[in-house]
Write a protein that binds this ligand. Structure first.
Ligand SMILES: Nc1ncnc2c1ncn2[C@@H]1O[C@H](COP(=O)(O)OP(=O)(O)OP(=O)(O)O)[C@@H](O)[C@H]1O
Length: 626
């Protein structure tokens, strides 16, 4: 694939309040009893704490008298130790649950990420997706545990205090509640700003990951282009942006917090004024006023907890919106990807040995990568019965690689049908379909890890003998001998410690090890030297006796080997035939052959053997038309 796709990376849209609740609740639900236990332990710890002053008072009282203080000392010690122990167990239970919430969210997201449909991933930035899995999930920690406990305990204490205040003097309670509602209303206006600022900060974190991923993904190009400073400026700008929004969120949180003190102070003054007047008029006693004012100060704690719960909720709401957005991205219906692949891989291999080569057909296929893009295939039709080698040739951008993407069902056709074994690819179970196919992509991707991991990537169950055989066939045996730890040597990020030709041979070996019924090679030998190319060409020719091989070809040596050549131009099939037929009948092919495959000098096979100026191995030529 040439395009990594357009660069919309999801601006977080606010979720409607109900959906935010629902999504957060979904993450909290499995842990609700443990959170309740944590809350209970915290509460018991707090009550034990309250009993300590009483015990201390009894201790001091007895100090004057002759009574023994041993009993009371033991009680006090037990209270201190038990209180601390219970509280720390409560805190541990809550923190542990918080981590479990994060783990569960990450598991769900990661499980979906690798099953995302390719067009979905092309629409986003992988860096942003990664930050949703790593960073946004972390923000769920507080909201699903501590803030629930704060909300419940704060809420209960708040109600109890309010009831007691109401019993003392409903009028003063009215004044207090009036002030709290007024200031609470102002705080409620501030709350969404916390969530907005947090969302922006998290988006900026996503941009940091995206920018880093971009730079590391093309690290040598960055250096060779002298773009280090520019690239790091982009990362730093994103970091600055994250800081700015983080600070803004902190500012609004501070406003919310200070309002707690303000609400109590203002209520205090109002109650003092109105209460004083009520005392003067004889409506209440002085002691009632004093007790009421004390209760007012007891309110600080529950109100603080409620505000804390509310601010944490806002932070969590921002994160959950980004998580939900990622959860809603379209996935493929392969079930559990890993298990599915492993099973399908095993089944595929059994089938591969036992059954016939695959056939492929395109019936009037129309396709575009996205709605807003022009069509890439305008009614492509061809038939490839297996086995044998079919070469796809045509100018750059004709839609050859796209043919492979549609066979693998990385994308859905907009019209027409793609058939494998006469069966529409849409009706194949996806894992089964892909188990039939070995695919060597244009840029021969190699993954970080060992050489062995890379080779076994598509066929984890392959035996050592099969591995050894493929190593020889793909001419990797000499490389393996040279490497310090043979097959267990690391190949670096994206195989950066291998040469381009070695990467291609690894990719080919990986595909062969899968023992496919259908082998798709996308210019897979473009970086091979003449000797290796000749060897691999023979391997592919041999494979094609039993397997259906489709190859996007830019070299005459490959093309002339093919049993059938499909000439594509601008999203259409112009002609199908053998090299000899097409040179005679199709002007475009004739031109391609003359200019890019040097057909005039090398009309038929074995051109790579010619070393003199007129007869050249097409492999020594630059890649055609790219
Ligand atoms: N993932 C993608 N998203 C959007 N457009 C794409 C994508 N991949 C390819 N295209 C576009 O589709 C067209 C056909 O691309 P394709 O890769 O099939 O061409 P090709 O014939 O294989 O070319 P080449 O010989 O250069 O490899 C091109 O115009 C390309 O820009």
């Amino acid at each position: 694939m040439k395009h990594s796709g357009g660069g919309t990376h999801g601006d977080t849209q606010r979720l409607p309040a109900r959906e935010t609740w629902r999504a957060l609740y979904r993450h909290f639900r499995p842990h609700r009893w443990v959170v309740a236990l944590g809350a209970l332990l915290t509460l018991v710890g707090a009550v034990t704490g309250l009993a300590q002053p009483l015990a201390a008072k009894a201790l001091v009282d007895r100090l004057g008298g002759d009574e023994s203080i041993v009993g009371i000392l033991i009680l006090l010690t037990v209270l201190v130790v038990a209180g601390t122990a219970i509280e720390s167990v409560g805190a541990y239970v809550l923190e542990r649950t918080a981590e479990s919430v994060v783990l569960a969210a990450r598991r769900t997201l990661v499980g979906r990420m690798l099953r995302l449909r390719i067009p979905e991933v092309e629409r986003t930035q992988p860096g942003d997706l990664m930050s949703r899995v790593t960073s946004d999930t972390t923000l769920l920690r507080a909201v699903t545990t501590q803030s629930v406990v704060s909300a419940v305990s704060g809420g209960l204490t708040f109600i109890a205090t309010i009831v007691l205040m109401g019993l003392m003097d409903p009028v003063l309670l009215g004044v207090t509640v009036g002030v709290i509602v007024l200031i609470g209303g102002a705080v409620a206006l501030v709350m969404p700003k916390i969530s907005q600022a947090t969302a922006r900060a998290q988006e900026a974190v996503g941009v940091i990951s995206t920018a880093l991923e971009r730079a590391f993904g093309a690290f040598r190009t960055v250096k060779a282009s002298g773009a280090e400073l520019r690239e790091s400026a982009a990362v730093q700008e994103a970091a600055q942006e994250a800081w700015r929004h983080g600070v803004r969120s902190a500012k609004w949180q501070a406003v919310a917090w200070s309002s707690v003190g303000l609400a109590v102070q203002v209520s205090f003054l109002a109650v003092l004024g109105i209460g004083g007047a009520r005392v003067a008029s004889g409506a209440i006693s002085v002691s009632t006023l004093v007790a009421f004012l004390l209760f007012l100060f007891y309110l600080i704690d529950p109100v603080s907890r409620l505000v804390e719960a509310a601010t944490q909720y806002q932070v969590g709401a921002a994160a959950i919106a980004r998580i939900v957005q990622a959860e809603r991205m379209e996935t493929e219906e392969t079930g559990d990807a890993q298990a599915g692949d492993a099973e399908a891989g095993a089944a595929g291999e059994v089938r591969a040995r036992a059954s016939a080569p695959a056939s492929v057909a395109f019936e009037d296929v129309r396709f575009r990568y996205r709605e807003e893009l022009p069509y890439v295939h305008h009614g492509v039709s061809f038939e490839v019965p297996g086995p044998g080698m079919t070469a796809f040739v045509g100018p750059s951008g004709a839609g050859k690689t796209t043919v492979f993407g549609l066979i693998e069902r990385f994308y859905e056709v907009s019209g027409g049908r793609v058939l494998v074994d006469g069966r529409d690819v849409r009706s194949w179970p996806l894992a089964d379909l892909r188990a039939q196919i070995g695919y060597v992509e244009q840029d021969a991707p190699v993954l970080a890890g060992t050489l062995r991991e890379n080779l076994l990537f598509a066929a984890p169950q392959a035996t050592e003998d099969e591995l050894a055989e493929v190593l020889v066939r793909a001419r990797l045996d000499a490389l393996v001998e040279r490497l310090p730890e043979d097959l267990d040597s690391l190949v670096g990020h994206r195989g950066s410690q291998l040469s381009g030709g070695e990467r291609q041979r690894v990719a080919i070996a990986r595909a062969l090890l899968r023992k496919p019924r259908l082998l798709l090679l996308d210019e897979a030998t473009s970086q091979l030297d003449a000797v290796n190319e000749l060897a691999l060409r023979d391997v592919v020719a041999e494979v094609s006796r039993e397997v259906t091989v489709l190859v996007v070809a830019h070299r005459l040596s490959t093309v002339t080997l093919a049993d059938r050549i499909v000439v594509m131009d601008a999203g259409r099939v112009r002609a199908v035939g053998t090299h000899r037929e097409l040179v005679a009948s199709d002007p475009l092919y004739g031109e391609l052959a003359a200019t890019q495959f040097l057909a005039s000098a090398a009309p038929e096979q074995d051109t790579e053997d010619g070393e003199d100026a007129g007869v050249r191995d097409a492999g020594t030529q630059p890649r055609a038309a790219t």
